[in-house]
Design a binder for this molecule. Structure first.
Ligand code: ADP
Length: 237
């Protein structure tokens, strides 16, 4: 593993109860990378994220993670569920809960964690919402708050699963702009599963397509020139 490598997958197979969903995957995520994971429904995109997060052990091959990721340098934005949308807490409480895995045995949040939570709300342009109830917010505002929460955990890597699902196009564009800012300006590595191919191709450095008929890994330009990308272009026309 090189010093800048965050996650290295070698000949990786992932699946459930001995049944593989993904096989023979080679992938390297380095500091500052922006990787978009696209592909057919049920092809294994969320499964891959679970593997990268260390929640699912490999069936074969290996996943090596930089030691700093074990110490909590990774933030995760899961797919939103209805229950989460109704979460009865203030915005500030939701964001602070992102610091939980750094709280250790202390019962109270530290002043530094509180100021980090506020700083992340500011960074995402939703500081003025801090005392509002999370469930009273719009979908776009909720997603920004969850991103601020993930940033409390992340110093090197953000992993996002379909972050714009349910957002209107303007809110989705805003979220992509923010991700771009975090990636370009702050050097945050991003791994994002998305159905939304246009921004993926505009912003990402690497595209991983997982399909029932095979996988593809390359730059956005290489992806568009591949049979998978050609299919996408035809569908968009
Ligand atoms: P995607 O995110 O690309 O839509 P998933 O990774 O969610 O696909 O699912 C890939 C396959 O793994 C599907 O066939 C799905 O039914 C199966 N699967 C997902 N989660 C589980 C689980 N917890 N147990 C067993 N099978 C699962």
């Amino acid at each position: 593993m090189e010093q800048t490598d965050l996650i290295v997958c070698r000949d990786l197979s992932l699946g459930y109860e001995g049944q593989s969903v993904l096989t023979h995957l080679n992938l390297c995520v380095r500091g500052g990378d922006y990787l978009c994971v696209v592909g057919d429904n049920g092809s294994g995109k969320s499964t891959l994220l679970r593997g990268l997060l260390g929640l699912l052990p490999p069936l074969a091959g290996s996943i090596r993670r930089a030691p700093e990721l074990e110490r909590g340098a990774v933030g995760y934005l899961p797919q939103q569920t209805r229950a989460q949308q109704d979460f009865p807490a203030t915005v500030q409480e939701v964001v602070l809960s992102g610091c939980l895995n750094r709280k250790g045995l202390r019962f109270f949040y530290t002043a530094a964690q509180r100021s980090q939570a506020l700083m992340n709300l500011g960074k995402l342009g939703v500081l003025e919402l801090k005392d509002q109830s999370y469930r009273s917010l719009s979908g776009g505002q909720q997603q920004r708050v969850l991103l601020a929460r993930a940033l409390c955990a992340a110093s090197r890597l953000l992993i996002l699963d379909e972050p714009v699902t349910g957002l209107d196009p303007a809110a989705a564009q805003d979220l992509y702009k923010t991700l771009n800012y975090l990636n370009r300006r702050e050097g945050m590595a991003i791994v994002m599963v998305t159905h939304d191919l246009r921004p993926a191709l505009r912003d990402a450095g690497t595209v991983l397509h997982i399909g029932h008929s095979g996988t593809f890994l390359g730059t956005p330009a290489e992806y568009l020139a591949s049979p998978y990308g050609k299919r996408f272009q035809e569908a968009a026309e």
